[in-house]
Design a protein around this ligand. Structure first.
Ligand code: SAH
Length: 364
């Protein structure tokens, strides 16, 4: 297989600096300004590498829009509300949320759309998507640049794209996993020979079996804490949907994907998506630390059913052609079935400290 431009760049860095930690590799593969996967590739849809929930069905974004519209009302319908999306991809979730929520009195005039997106290429696509709903938007590289004020915040498959570190236990000690060159001169995992101080290993990983992998995502946690600080200061709510586990545990979830199939994380570098599962236990603790009220995690299937996806599907089916019917039924199933996205995908919500838990979330 011919080396990709990023493959060469990463080898050059290793040749001069030595092996790099997994999070640096992760960040380069996705975010290298010129050759990074999200900068250069077309990841989405049947022709791309994966299909996300909003890309699968309009029902996903509509139901989150309805969830936000009701929170907007419970906030007392403020004159201005920041509707913020992190990692918006092709802007489909935002467009579907806006279409569903703008029927709520006052919402259409109050809403300001803000996108946190690093890819300039995707920003253009997002602009068209919200433009089609009659809205304009503002863009930021970092969440911390989003203006203050009441906020409704969403992120679908955002945190899985934020780099992780990996540590491996060997003979009672922990060592950080790096990307370096194997004996054959190929890119592969190597362990930092220096022991990692135990203070860097989370409690839930300590004492695990030999060769366990502990994944830690300091950047993810920092972003989540920052978001929670906003919720503690200004009124609002946040909802994050991603694949992952509700409780922390030792697992190796780094994965690459190309054309809807799992791929080797060291092959076709820059042409495959690279992600890891989201540890919702840590994400929740990071948000609680920022002062938000974090609500117990639901599965995607539980959330969408409670929000009325079955009734919405019936409604869409009534006005559909035969071909549309098949797609509606197929994607309805895809979003909620246990062997599809229904169980692996989790939904975490957080609200300002004084607020009641919005339906269908339980109080903590
Ligand atoms: N939410 C969309 C896309 C998910 S893919 C959907 O569900 O279809 C991940 C998205 O996050 C892409 O838009 C990618 O460009 C963006 N992204 C990746 N790393 C980011 C970062 N560090 N900051 C902001 N956006 C990022």
């Amino acid at each position: 297989m011919p080396a990709t431009p990023l493959d060469k760049i990463i080898r050059e860095i290793i040749a001069t600096d030595g092996p790099m930690p997994v999070d640096r590799y992760f960040a380069l593969v996705l975010g290298h300004p010129q050759h990074g996967y999200y900068m250069a590739q077309q990841p989405f849809g049947l022709e791309g590498d994966f299909i996300t929930a909003p890309e699968a069905s309009q029902m996903f974004g509509e139901l989150i829009g309805v969830w936000f519209a009701s929170i907007y009302q419970s906030l007392g319908s403020p004159k201005l509300i920041n509707l913020v999306e992190v990692g918006p991809g092709q802007g489909v979730l935002m467009a579907d949320m806006l279409r569903a929520a703008k029927v709520m009195p006052g919402f259409r005039d109050a809403v300001r759309v803000h996108f946190v997106e690093t890819s300039r290429r995707l920003r253009e696509i997002q602009k068209e998507a919200v433009g089609a709903q009659g809205f304009t938007a503002s863009w930021y590289d970092n969440f911390s640049d989003v203006p203050a004020g009441p906020m409704l915040l969403a992120g679908n498959e955002f945190f899985d794209a934020i780099p992780i570190k990996q540590f491996e236990s060997r003979g009672g000690a922990w060592h950080e996993r790096y990307v370096g060159l194997t004996d054959k001169g190929e890119l592969g995992f190597v362990l930092n020979p220096a022991e990692t101080p135990l203070s860097l290993i989370p409690d839930w990983a300590q004492g695990s079996a030999d060769e366990s992998i502990a994944e830690v995502a300091p950047v993810r946690s920092a972003i989540a804490t920052e978001m929670a600080r906003r919720l503690a200061r200004d009124n609002g709510a946040a909802i994050f949907i991603d694949y992952g586990h509700a409780e922390s545990g030792v697992v190796d979830t780094l994965q690459a994907m190309r054309a809807h199939k799992y791929a080797d994380v060291f092959e076709e570098i820059g042409f495959c998506d690279l992600t890891s599962h989201v540890d919702f236990g840590e994400l929740g603790r990071a948000m609680a630390q920022g002062g938000a009220k974090v609500l117990p995690v639901l599965t995607q299937g539980e959330f969408l059913r409670a929000m009325g996806i079955d009734a919405r599907a019936q409604q869409l089916l009534r006005n559909a052609t035969d071909e549309q019917r098949d797609a509606i039924e197929f994607n309805h199933h895809r979003l909620i079935a246990d062997d599809q996205m229904g169980t692996l995908f989790k939904v975490m919500a957080a609200v300002s400290p004084g607020m009641a838990a919005p339906y269908p979330f339980a109080e903590p």
